[in-house]
Design a protein around this ligand. Structure first.
Ligand code: TXA
Ligand code: MG
Length: 334
């Protein structure tokens, strides 16, 4: 397949919208990461997304809309809590899991009775969705298992020849995927952490928001049969760079020293080392840069990646969720 490289002009977005409406696949920017989009109501088109990514078909897609009213076309009941969250956080990096209407094919939801819906905060994404005239199902636009793409270059590297078009646009502002919050029971539950945190939701809802207990588990990478996260996508091997990766945990200065020593010994042995060390106060920067740095390490031909853990609170918790998966839970305590 010949992949069209499109720009983010009105004309090119219109071309991309025609491709989606005709059942094709288009990778497009959002504020979180790049998405790989297809008409969410067209089972055949959505099937092609799974194939292009090499994604297991029981892993449901997020359905992207361009106006809050569109939620009503996808779910039977919009509760007062959902209204509050939409008002506060859409457009933005929040996906709500809601009961689905039959109009959404099983292929889109991996056969679940619920659907994840999000209104992205990116002008290109919004005009692509409204121009297509349909909601757009879109997972992150990476090959399954690889780090999520935050630049057009990342997307082209993974998907050139596998999709109809890629819209090249600016780098993604947030850098990690949306927070997924399950709104199907009275107490909302976060299934995937993001830059919007439980505290952000609690402030708006005036009630407790829980975390899926699987988010606090560190599965044994060789025997993860007890690990049953509620978002199917959270159970797969994820975000893996080519090089092996070690996450150093402990007091900040001690971690820095340990990484510097280890890096020096790898370098002395002729190995190419990539280090990922964010200041503990720079959580947004960490979210923005983390996947991009994994991709840079791959491009530079790194032999080993040494990363320092962030404090697991607020956005730091969300970045650590990705970092530990990228490293296959290969943790060094110092
Ligand atoms: O920021 C994002 O959310 C990006 C951009 C493109 O919008 N999309 C994204 O999609 O990250 P994806 O497919 O890579 O991740 C979707 C996650 C998976 O963990 C999936 O299992 C979960 O959301 N999910 C989707 N629908 C669900 C449902 N009905 N119930 C539970 N989990 C669901
Ligand atoms: Mg993904």
């Amino acid at each position: 397949m010949n992949t069209k490289i499109l720009s983010d002009t009105t004309e090119d977005i219109a071309t991309a919208a025609e491709i989606i409406a005709a059942g094709g696949l288009v990778a497009f920017p959002t504020e979180t990461v790049y998405g790989l989009g297809a008409d969410a109501l067209n089972a055949e088109a959505v099937g092609k997304v799974y194939a292009a990514k090499g994604r297991p078909s029981d892993n449901p897609m997020i359905v992207h809309i361009s106006s809050k009213d569109d939620l009503l076309k996808l779910t039977s009941a919009v509760t007062p809590d959902m209204e509050k969250l939409m008002e506060a956080f859409w457009p933005g990096p929040m996906t709500m899991i809601v009961p689905r209407l039959p109009v959404i094919p099983d292929t889109t939801t991996g056969g679940l009775s619920t659907v994840g819906v999000r209104m992205p905060d990116h002008p290109v994404a919004l005009s692509l969705i409204s121009g297509s005239g349909c909601p757009i199902a879109a997972p992150s636009a990476n090959l399954s298992g690889k780090p999520s793409p935050t630049t057009a270059k990342d997307v082209v590297e993974d998907l050139d020849g596998r999709v109809d078009a890629v819209i090249e646009s600016t780098d993604c502002r947030v850098g990690i995927e949306s927070t997924v919050i399950d709104m199907t029971s009275d107490t909302p539950v976060i299934l995937r952490p993001g830059i919007l945190t439980a505290e952000d939701f609690e402030k708006v809802l005036g009630k407790t928001v829980e975390l899926d207990p699987a988010l606090n588990q560190r599965p044994d990478p060789f025997n993860n049969c007890d690990f049953k996260p509620k978002a199917p996508g959270m159970k797969y091997k994820h975000y893996a760079p080519k090089a092996p990766m070690v996450v150093f945990e402990g007091e900040e200065q001690a971690v820095r020293r340990a990484i510097a020593e280890e890096a020096a010994s790898y370098t002395a042995a002729g190995k190419k080392v990539c280090t990922i060390c964010f200041d503990s106060g720079q959580q947004r920067t960490a979210a923005h840069r983390f996947f991009a740095m994994l991709r840079e390490a791959d491009r530079d031909g790194a032999d080993i990646i040494l990363a320092s853990a962030l404090p697991e609170e607020g956005i730091g918790f969300s970045v650590m969720n990705r970092m530990l998966k990228s490293a296959g839970y290969n943790i060094r305590k110092v």
